[in-house]
Design a protein around this ligand. Structure first.
Ligand code: F6P
Length: 341
């Protein structure tokens, strides 16, 4: 069998572990040939690739990023994107393509699958917002980075008796904010799923100071927005691919809270540090299992499917269902966190 693998969209710790696992299972165990496309879908659309053998994936398990490179280019961005991809798959004699990616990548994978290409998707994102899988690799690492940052920020917030508003990633969902906020004992957690009311947030943080505490930590997901009419808020713009680009909810909140509370407030934007560096053991294991199962699915001819974690088992789920909606933070999960704020 000849398999093409690619990593697309925002990178995330664990991508190399999947690539390594695919190559080990396919090349060493199954006698397949594997090629890796460079920079995600761009590599497939431009036929830019290299052969991946066991040497090529030596020593990459613990390395962050992706040895194949990534981009946000998608077949749908080109008028002839689907036809180009089909042509290259046929020219290269590929029997299966394993795209590893998040929401946008998996939507593109589903599009190509519906056009008849042999696709087996592997979900990844630090945001943990892909439906049909309990967890995506990268999330555990990102939560660890954010939690470590919050622990550190507590000491400086206390020294200066400040409110620190810490912005973590999460365009549409607040999983990183929720988990890192719970893990670090934040005093308020603001997620996109629950537009915030600035009066309520001010009261929550204010109560802490009234109770004699000297500082407060607010964790906010980058995509969080105020309830309509709650406060003036600069909306984001769009990037070249049409994705929303945020204008700093932490900065806007820090100005508002400082003014309302009469306490020094500072924004801290963690940004891409959450996506960098070595994956945790949990993410390496999940990524490795996804890679193994993706190769097996390809051999069974189970195309149009995606690897998923259900409990402790890896299952294959339809791509079409996985990309229908995002996995948002349920109210009950938020309530569990709220009770320990
Ligand atoms: O999709 C993952 C993600 O980390 C989002 O949380 C974040 O908004 C986005 O990527 C940032 O992407 P970029 O690297 O294009 O700035």
């Amino acid at each position: 069998m000849r398999i093409g693998v690619l990593t697309s969209g925002g990178d995330c710790p664990g991508l190399n572990a999947v690539i390594r696992s695919v190559v080990h299972r396919a090349v060493a165990d199954r006698g397949d040939e594997v090629i890796g496309f460079h920079d995600g879908w761009r590599g497939l659309l431009e036929c830019d690739y290299r052969k991946l053998d066991l040497d090529a994936v030596g020593g990459i398990l613990a390395r962050g990023g992706t040895i194949l490179g990534s981009s946000r280019v998608q077949p749908a961005h080109l008028r002839d994107g689907v036809e180009r991809a089909r042509g290259h798959v046929s020219d290269l004699g590929l029997d299966a393509i394993i795209p590893i990616g998040g929401e946008g990548t998996l939507k593109a994978a589903n599009l190509l699958s519906e056009a008849g290409l042999p696709i087996v998707g592997v979900p990844k994102t630090i945001d943990n917002d892909i439906a049909s899988t309990d967890v995506t690799f990268g999330f555990d690492t990102a939560v660890g980075v954010a939690t470590d940052a919050l622990d550190r920020l507590k000491t400086t917030a206390e020294s200066h008796q400040r409110v620190l508003i810490v912005e973590v990633m999460g365009r549409h969902t607040g999983w990183i904010a929720l988990h890192s906020g719970m893990a670090a004992g934040a005093h308020a957690i603001v997620v996109p799923e629950r537009p915030f009311d600035i009066d309520e947030l001010t009261a929550l943080v204010g109560q802490r100071f009234s109770a004699g505490k000297k500082f407060a930590i607010v964790v906010v997901a980058e995509g969080a927005k105020p309830r309509a009419g709650s406060m003036e808020f600069a909306q984001g713009t769009r990037d070249v691919y049409g994705h929303e680009r945020f204008t700093g909810v932490a900065t806007q909140l820090s100005i508002e809270l400082e003014h309302r509370l009469g306490k020094e407030a500072r924004p801290v934007i963690l940004g891409h540090v959450q996506r960098g560096g070595t994956p945790t053991a949990y993410d390496r294991v999940l990524a490795t299992r996804f890679g193994w199962h993706a190769v097996e699915a390809a051999h069974r001819g189970e195309f149009g499917m995606m690897t998923a974690l259900h409990g402790t088992d890896i299952r294959m789920v339809p791509l079409a269902a996985a990309v229908e909606t995002l996995k948002t933070v349920p109210a009950e999960r938020y309530a569990e966190a709220e009770c320990v704020l």
